[in-house]
Design a protein around this ligand. Structure first.
Ligand SMILES: [Ca+2]
Length: 184
């Protein structure tokens, strides 16, 4: 079932892209299709995002992006601090929004101290942490996903990445790339 939904979303995205090239955005007749964020992979810096001062967007050949050249990094500095990266999109009535994102974790920690909480706040639903990632997240890119479900009214959805680091027991850097917002 999940594979079918994913294939359908990709097909819809291709249709929207093709239609967009010829006829502009066909939003009126396909409101529940396509990727709707203007800068999901950080190739345009923090455009479309609200980013804390210590979040950097890297283009680093020795620590490559998931795709493209850039990604957001909550740098492991081994200082006590927190940082927030977030963005808000509109979810039309009767649409489901699926947020997919990739995270890579580079760490010197051997126990949970630094963490990255990923949340999704949707109109009418209390904000909720969907993932709480830490040192054991893996040094290779891994994909995660979360969905809003559907409602009969238009809603907003805010995806947030909240990183917290504590000094003194190793450092963990969380890299985030390709945060896609797909309607279905
Ligand atoms: Ca990227």
């Amino acid at each position: 079932m999940k594979a079918l939904v994913t294939a359908a979303s990709v097909a819809a995205l291709l249709l929207v892209s093709t239609g967009g090239a010829s006829y502009g955005r066909p939003a009126a007749d396909a409101p529940c299709a396509g990727q709707i964020h203007p800068n999901p992979g950080f190739e345009r810096g923090t455009t479309g995002w609200t980013a804390g001062p210590r979040i950097v967007v890297l283009g680093d050949a020795t620590r490559p992006a998931h795709t493209g050249r850039a990604y957001a990094s909550f740098a492991g500095l081994d200082v006590t601090h927190s940082d927030l990266l977030r963005t808000t999109v509109t979810v039309p009535a009767d649409c489901d929004l699926t947020v997919r994102f990739w995270v890579r974790t580079i760490t010197t920690e051997t126990s949970r101290s630094d963490y990255l909480n990923v949340g999704l706040a949707v109109t009418g639903i209390p904000p909720k942490t969907r993932f709480s990632l830490a040192f054991d997240g893996g040094a290779q890119w891994r994909q995660y996903s979360m969905s809003t479900g559907t409602a009969t009214t238009e809603r907003t959805a805010t995806a947030s990445f909240f990183a917290s680091e504590t000094a003194g027991n190793g450092a963990t850097a969380f890299d985030v790339d390709d945060v896609t917002f797909t309607l279905s």
